[in-house]
Design a protein around this ligand. Structure first.
Ligand code: FES
Ligand SMILES: [Fe+2]
Length: 370
């Protein structure tokens, strides 16, 4: 594996994107259609729907999806659109369907596999065939305990799209981890500013003094530096250290994490909507849900080993507080960027040698929009 310094010089002359990429609703709509309706999107964890009939909803662009576990144990994603007169059927963010999904308008009823199983009085309509009216589906996939959906009419096979990542993080045994905490944020900034911000630590000394004290901002190397998946590691200053309020781990190392990885945090952006941060003792992930050119919803979730969580005295708050503080520092400066980018005088600025990943992310966005 080729590792390159975080400070590898980016393509000569790389600069930030033009202002309309952050502020124009027509560009935003193109991103929804060519990126968010085409690529694999992480929607959460398998553990959110452990039992048949358990579901949660996720909005993607203008679409509403129901992600539900079927009687065969498989998670599926259905468009929240009744096949009778198109009504949005489900309005509760998460819950449990008792064996079927029923439209509240005229009681058409669908199985957990999406088949139409009940349509009152439709037998009086000559030629009506229930088999012709299943719920519309989006493709689903599962990787390391994360659930993904793809709204494309011709989705790239997940195994092909995720080939660079499959097996890459096996030491952390992410599939068996469980969520200790989730925090949701609403940020007045374009979603790309948030990914660009995550992808560099040039800003760390000023924006994150506590982070810079635990993890030298010029440390580390990138092993994925072009394409949809970007990232690498940074060092942790102290042995048995992690990114927490007191700088110490809050649990034993995850899975088979050992050697140098005990003193590293790995950061990856998974195009388009996922940020994955692997610490020795916990995994954190962000999901980005763009709402408009200037507004993004973000969830941040902390995963731990269930055996550690079962220990008396287990306390994830040091990790949660550390990143909640750091998140808010990032969101604030991204909101300031958004404000400045809307100025008539803004023009693209030059990226530094420490910003090769934001530059690579911008290239991926432009490729996706082509
Ligand atoms: S619109 Fe759903 S049953 Fe009529
Ligand atoms: Fe930051």
């Amino acid at each position: 594996m080729v590792m390159v310094s975080q400070f590898s010089t980016p393509v000569k002359g790389a600069s930030t994107l033009p202002g309309n990429y952050y502020t124009a609703e027509d560009v935003f709509q193109q991103e929804v259609e060519r990126i968010f309706y085409e690529r694999w999107l992480c929607v959460g964890r398998e553990e959110q729907i452990p039992n048949s009939g358990d579901y949660f909803m996720q909005a993607v662009g203008q679409e509403s999806l129901i992600i539900v576990r079927g009687q065969d144990g498989r998670a599926r994603a259905f468009y929240n659109v009744c096949r009778h007169r198109g009504t949005r059927m489900c309005t509760t963010a998460s819950g449990h369907f008792p064996q079927s999904i029923q439209c509240p308008y005229h009681a058409w009823t669908y199985g957990l596999d999406g088949r139409l199983i009940g349509a009152p009085h439709m037998n009086e309509v000559e030629g009506f065939d229930k088999g012709q009216y299943p719920l519309y589906t989006a493709a689903t996939a599962s990787w390391e305990g994360f659930l993904f959906v793809n709204l494309s009419r011709q989705p790239e096979p997940f195994e092909q799209a995720f080939a660079p990542l499959i097996g890459k993080f096996s030491q952390w045994q992410i599939a068996k981890l469980r969520s200790a905490r989730r925090i949701e944020y609403e940020v007045a900034a374009n979603w790309k500013l948030l990914v660009e911000n995550y992808s560099e630590c040039y800003h760390c000394p000023l924006i994150h003094p506590a982070l810079a004290a635990l993890s030298p901002y010029r440390s580390g190397q990138n092993d994925l530096y072009e394409g949809p998946y970007l990232g690498g590691f940074m060092d942790i200053n102290h042995d048995s250290g992690s990114l927490t309020m007191d700088g110490r781990t809050c649990a034993l190392p995850l899975g088979e994490v050992s050697g140098e990885d005990l003193n590293r945090v790995y950061y990856y952006s998974l195009f388009p909507n996922m940020l994955l941060s692997l610490h020795p003792d916990y995994v954190m992930f962000h999901l980005l849900w763009p709402q408009s050119a200037g507004r993004t919803l973000i969830s941040c979730e902390w995963l731990f080993d269930p055996a550690a969580m079962a220990q008396p005295g287990f306390d994830p708050s040091g990790a949660v507080e550390f990143w909640d503080m750091t998140n808010r520092q990032d969101w604030h400066v991204c909101e300031l960027s958004q404000l400045g980018l809307t100025s008539r005088v803004y023009t693209p600025g030059p990226y530094s040698a420490a910003e090769s990943l934001p530059a690579a992310f911008d290239r991926e966005v432009l490729r996706a929009l082509e």
